[in-house]
Design a protein around this ligand. Structure first.
Ligand code: ZN
Length: 152
């Protein structure tokens, strides 16, 4: 619900993309993974897959692994095509004092649910509805609370 690449609040999906650049003897690979929004998935897929497609083949190991990288990236990408796009005007959530005040009355419920093992995503959506803030703001609230606790 918060994109781990660009930070905006939008529908996200877990992806992992791999890039390989073969340079005969050595090879350079990198990967991107996390919960990303559709725009970032698109951007990372095309840049990493394009680079691999052009530069991935040079080297024995590279020649063997490059098809797998391309296949993995393409399959991941295809499963993301049905995702909701990033809403216009989507922005990174900011935890304002007003949002904190709204969430506070539901904090007990929120942390009880999380302690009970409910996924943050679902609990955040429920609490957001109850308190009239966005799910992203609830997620930030939880992060702040957890960080505050570990500092004490
Ligand atoms: Zn993003």
């Amino acid at each position: 619900m918060i994109c781990q690449a660009c930070g905006i609040e939008a529908p996200t999906k877990y992806v992992s993309f791999h890039q390989n650049v073969g340079a005969l003897v050595v090879r350079f690979s990198k990967s991107t993974e996390g919960q990303l929004c559709k725009s970032c998935i698109h951007k990372h897929f095309w840049s990493m897959t394009g680079t691999t497609f052009v530069l991935g083949w040079w080297g024995t190991i590279s020649f063997v692994i490059t098809p797998f990288f391309l296949l993995n990236n393409t399959i991941r990408y295809i499963t993301c095509l049905g995702m909701a796009r990033v809403p216009t005007g989507a922005h990174a959530p900011v935890l304002t004092n007003e949002a904190v005040e709204r969430i506070e009355p539901h904090a007990q419920f929120l942390f009880d649910r999380l302690d009970g093992g409910d996924p943050l995503e679902r609990v955040a959506a429920e609490v957001a509805e109850m308190s009239g803030v966005t799910p992203g703001e609830v997620v930030l609230y939880v992060h702040e609370a957890v960080q505050g606790e570990s500092r004490e």
